[in-house]
Design a protein around this ligand. Structure first.
Ligand code: 5RP
Ligand code: FE2
Length: 218
């Protein structure tokens, strides 16, 4: 089966020990690090912004996968790119001009992703899929780590995989929210090749071993 990328979310890390947490990820089997930015408007929570992204960038050469849960993200794309993002993923629900925002991300030299909430159908991506480097299905309502996985995400993953295959292009299919050892295999089987894991990794006794366990599912 296709290679599986694990993207631990630093939302679940100890922010007072971010350098150690990042070094742990550097030594782990995680190819990507997931950065959750929340604005308190698009989602009912505020996480962190540019200074934390810059701080993580200083301590790692890993691929930084930035998930922007913010309204009108086009206002800040250039600054996220300058702060060290490799992938910038915006929400379809937060972008009045989604196609333009995707082009803007690419023009800043980053890979471009679009995320959809649990209540948003995969079909919303039909007219932009060919322009994307990544499509992300939220398997929790965005805003908080540590929530319960919404199992309908598995059917949505299969639908998105078919949509991606119809383009003939290599587009990452990422799942975010409540991912653990119970659902990761089914998600990968349905077509996901990037899995975000926050609390499952950071709350475990041995995060590096937990990351390795998830990578080994492929
Ligand atoms: O985007 C997110 C929340 O909006 C996080 O990436 C996600 O929740 C990861 O955390 P966990 O694995 O604990 O669910
Ligand atoms: Fe996320």
């Amino acid at each position: 089966m296709e290679k599986l990328i694990i993207a631990p979310s630093i939302l679940a890390a100890d922010f007072a020990n971010l350098a150690q947490e990042t070094n742990m990820l550097n030594e782990s089997a995680a190819a990507w690090i997931h950065i959750d930015v929340m604005d308190g408007v698009f989602v009912p929570n505020i996480s962190f912004g540019f200074p934390v992204l810059e701080a993580v960038r200083k301590h790692t050469t890993k691929f930084l996968d930035c998930h922007l849960m913010i309204e009108k993200p086009e206002r800040y794309i250039a600054q996220f790119a300058a702060s060290g993002a490799n992938m910038i993923t915006v929400h379809a629900e937060a972008c009045p001009h989604l196609h333009r925002t995707i082009q803007q991300i690419k023009s800043e030299g980053c890979l471009a992703g679009v995320a959809i909430n649990p209540g948003t159908p995969v079909s919303i991506l039909e007219d932009v899929i060919g322009d994307l480097d990544l499509a992300l299905i939220m398997s929790v309502n965005p805003g908080f780590g540590g929530q319960k996985f919404i199992s309908n995400a598995i059917q949505k993953t299969a639908k998105l995989k078919a949509l991606i295959d119809s383009t003939g292009k290599d587009i990452y299919l990422e799942i975010d929210g409540g991912v653990n050892q119970v659902n990761a295999g089914a998600l990968h089987h349905a077509g996901a090749n990037v899995l975000v894991a926050g609390s499952f990794v950071f709350a475990s006794a041995d995060p590096k071993a937990t990351i390795q366990e998830l990578v080994s599912l492929a």
